[in-house]
Design a protein around this ligand. Sequence first.
Ligand SMILES: Cc1cc2nc3c(=O)[nH]c(=O)nc-3n(C[C@H](O)[C@H](O)[C@H](O)COP(=O)(O)OP(=O)(O)OC[C@H]3O[C@@H](n4cnc5c(N)ncnc54)[C@H](O)[C@@H]3O)c2cc1C
Length: 477
Amino acid sequence: MSAGASNPLPPVVVGAGPAGIRAAQTLAAHGLRPVLIDEAARGGGQIYRRPPAHFERSAQTLYGTEAARATALHGTLDALQGRIDYQPDSLVWNAQGGLLDVLHGPTQTTRTVAHGPLIVASGATDRVLPLPGWTLPGVYTLGGAQVALKFQGCTIGRNVVLMGTGPLLYLVAYQYAKAGAGAGVKVAAVLDTARFADQWAAVPGMLAQPAVLAKGLYCVGWLRAHGVPMHTGIRPVRVLGNGRVAGVAWNDGRQERVLPCDAVGLGYALRSETQLADLLGCRFAWAPLQRAHLPERDGAGRSSVPGVYLAGDGAGIMGADAAEWAGERAALALLADQGVGVDAARAAALERRLAGLVRFRRGLERAFPFPDGWAAQAPDALVVCRCENVTAGELRACARDAGADEMNRLKALTRVGMGRCQGRMCGVAAAEILAQARGLPVEQVGRLRGQAPIKPVPIHWQARAAEPQGAAMEPGA
Ligand SMILES: Cc1cc2nc3c(=O)[nH]c(=O)nc-3n(C[C@H](O)[C@H](O)[C@H](O)COP(=O)(O)OP(=O)(O)OC[C@H]3O[C@@H](n4cnc5c(N)ncnc54)[C@H](O)[C@@H]3O)c2cc1C
């Protein structure tokens, strides 16, 4: 059967990370010419982020044990040149009525892309829980700290504390300590809110992916062997400094301790970037394992909206291998739904592999649990939403005095999540505070609805986007 017979519009893939690249590759292999859109200048996604073209560090230096995988994925994308319509530097900031609004960064123009079937592979970002002092210059997310290193070969400071929990905590510590050796950059400490007992108890589950577990253990062993201080079961107290970071205060379970540093990397695992799925009308459900409302997808990646498929971390954090498998699986589902013959055995094998990862995922959650007491311990003066300067106390007062018991009501009354980040940074924390203030389970306070623009775009582009579709628009025109 000829490919793409039933829909005249090309399939579109949003996101050129592991999930999106494998999806585009699979569609191209079946004779389609998909559009692949990514806001980054070079495809690869988060884990296999590529530095600017003129940077010349080896794959081994950049990606360590993942160098072969990174090179293979980049090679796949490069080899697709001419067979797909690849649109880098392009942020999809809205999705409505079969159209995507796309902002091209370098030329500062916006355009609309009409889409047929759509695969959303939008990935993840850091899950952030604020603490007093987190708005000081010198505080980064763990992912941001890693991006600085991977993309630009820079560190966020010379004496860095990494704090929070999750596998990225130890990975970034290892990457910083290794890259910094000989360059005068040191990791002052790794401060993990998870307890060592939890990590030990999680080992059986994590054996479902022995190679990944081995890499994690290697990082920890390397850090220990190189004398990097690591503390588990801690409670972050505050970031210290006057005008910029000068240290961190934390509680080791017995007493408060202070450690000087000039930068902090902070994060509590990852959260899925679900805004596009939301704008596309996908149904969401509470996912207890991920402690998040996520767009529903079946084992093949079909969402609740016909013609919309979800792949990779954007619909639930499962890691880079799973993202590649899910991207391919979603593309096979798309093809089958278009009447294109696909290899059913391959599709079934991919689904089995993905299902097999759930045990590992449970292990990770056991090893690096969400810090349950966080909301109760957050002081009233803590700025939760830095864009709109909304404090934990204001959120609690709104819950108490105005009866807000749902996130969108809280947003309307306090402006939390209404600023530049659109709740991508503060949404998790605000939901935890609201749930704690109302004595509700966090799933019951709901989630912030996605709103366009899902990421900041200059205001004149939005105004012009309301005009008739088609032509590219110049800034200030
Ligand atoms: C900062 C960060 C660092 C990480 N580092 C590691 C690591 O070192 N090792 C590890 O094992 N795992 C790491 N992870 C997790 C790992 O990156 C993911 O498991 C994996 O990359 C998921 O692949 P994906 O294709 O689903 O998403 P991603 O790799 O996140 O790719 C998503 C792509 O979608 C694009 N995109 C998103 N929204 C839009 C939009 N609206 N318009 C256009 N393009 C869009 C992004 O630019 C990105 O290229 C990291 C995650 C993050 C967030």
